[in-house]
Ligand binder design. Sequence first.
Ligand SMILES: *Cc1c(COP(=O)(O)O)cnc(C)c1O
Length: 359
Amino acid sequence: MKRIYNFSAGPAILPLPVLEEASKAVIEIAGSGMSLLEVSHRSKVYEAIHQEARANCLKVMGLKPEDYTVVFMGGGASQQFATIPMNFLRPGATADYVDGGEWGNKAIKEAKGLGAINIAASSAATKHATLPRDFKWTPGAAYAHLTTNNTIEGTQMRFMPETGGAPLILDVSSDFLSHRMDFSKASMIYAGAQKNAGPAGVTICVVKKSFMATAKTDIPAIFQYAVHDKADSMYNTPPVFPIYVFGLVLKWIEAQGGLDEVGKRNQRKAQLIYDALDAHADFYDAAVTNKEDRSQMNITWRVRDVAKEEAFLKGAKDRQMDGLKGHRNVGGFRASVYNAFPEEGCAALAQYLKEFAKQ
Ligand SMILES: *Cc1c(COP(=O)(O)O)cnc(C)c1O
């Protein structure tokens, strides 16, 4: 089978061994005589898959099961934009939000309808071509929400700011498990699976147990993290297939040497592409010029002569490269090079960028 270079931002490339294993499970899982798509979520076969994925998620992240728990939810990361304030923003309290890009903005819009919020920092002045800095946290805030990787604009926060005591909530949808982070500084970490962790359909919510215990209980049960957690994340039918594939991705990450190794490779991969853009800065306009703000997952740029955009995409297609068109709201180009994207694909794009600039 032919695998092209898939630079899509999400749903996105998954490791081939994971796809091969998952395709077998679609026919039969664990000698059960049934497809994974057919077995009860209450069956022993599925339960083992479910609990193993929850345990391995904490293990790969370097978190202790005494302190943190994993809840699988539906509705995408976008549903979390509402579920978080529903659970943790009480009347009279304020939640801090960092406005680092379009996804952070969507989280802000949703929270505004549910309580009082403060924008602790914003990168709107640079149209999000830089990371927000100069945080102004609210003393005693209910929580502080930030997006670690701005998928659309191409910036990435690889450090965790001090919040002055407020519980930190991270939307890590587009750089989850892409490098080592001290997740124990956060009270909640969540990601839609379809960027770097699996197929669409499951949102991974890792919540500190002591934080979860402070959540509101006067909201519908289906939106309460604690209700899901109490049922081991099987309060209702979980998205069994995406969870299974997420479990395979976790094993694949461990087989690569864990987050440290994956992180090193991601850094090398992104560097190949940024170096090519910077070497031809008269021809390409890298969207993020501040090097320490640049995302290792989503690399964004423009061709200075916009008349050449179409030719660039056509040449990419001829080289078996797909998904390079930038987000519809910002235009230009974007190369998403998540964990499963191969290093030789980054080298191939770097080579193409150099050749196209010289034509
Ligand atoms: C894609 C994305 C989302 C939205 O994810 P859905 O699962 O489509 O709701 C939220 N935050 C970030 C950072 C994203 O990249």
